[in-house]
Design a binder for this molecule. Structure first.
Ligand code: SAM
Length: 165
């Protein structure tokens, strides 16, 4: 459930019906060194500690080919966030911002994303650096880094030139 905290000056919450319109499927769990929110980095770093994306066994084969990418994108569900703020006063800034102008975990659909450094993949477990989430955060998705990704088309006749011809 969301962890309620008092509103800071100028923050505004709204009354919401419980969300029920989209069903996401968690694909695993993220293991990190951080048990408390205040110990988490605000954004991960590629020289940060090793973290693990532990996939449910049914998804192990879905990792095939991922090892080719030095950086990958991870999407996760910031499950311990409240979801009702439209205005927020970030802890490190005296100003007030709209939720969509922030990368705060407090948002109507608390999806976090990080571009992380892939260290290795072993037995359905992806070892990465660059995360910023609590231990036990549910894993939503993994994608190759969009800058490194190019669809791998199968070779067509004529792709390779015969040196003699
Ligand atoms: N990198 C992601 C992004 O930009 O979408 C998340 C950034 S958010 C500022 C990271 C912060 O969310 C952490 O510092 C911690 O305070 C908080 N957080 C981490 N894991 C969480 C979880 N499972 N539930 C709620 N808050 C979490």
């Amino acid at each position: 459930m969301s962890e309620a905290r008092d509103l800071r000056p100028d923050e505004r919450a709204v009354d919401l019906q419980p969300a029920s319109d989209a069903a996401l499927r968690f694909i695993g769990t993220i293991r990190t060194p951080w048990a408390r929110r205040e110990d988490c980095p605000r954004q991960g770093r590629h020289d940060g500690p090793l973290c693990r994306l532990v996939l449910d066994p049914v998804w192990h084969d879905a990792l095939r080919g991922l090892e080719e990418y030095p950086t990958i994108e991870v999407l996760y569900w910031l499950d311990r966030s409240r979801r009702d703020l439209v205005l927020q006063n970030p802890r490190h800034d005296a100003r007030t911002f709209g939720t969509f102008a922030l990368r705060s975990p407090v948002r109507p659909n608390p999806i976090g994303t990080s571009l992380v450094k892939l260290e290795r993949i072993e037995d359905g477990c992806v070892h990465v650096r660059g995360l910023d989430c609590l231990d036990g955060t549910p894993l939503l998705d993994i994608k190759p880094d969009r800058c490194a990704f190019s669809p791998k088309a199968p070779p067509k006749p004529g792709d390779t030139q015969d040196q003699d011809g």
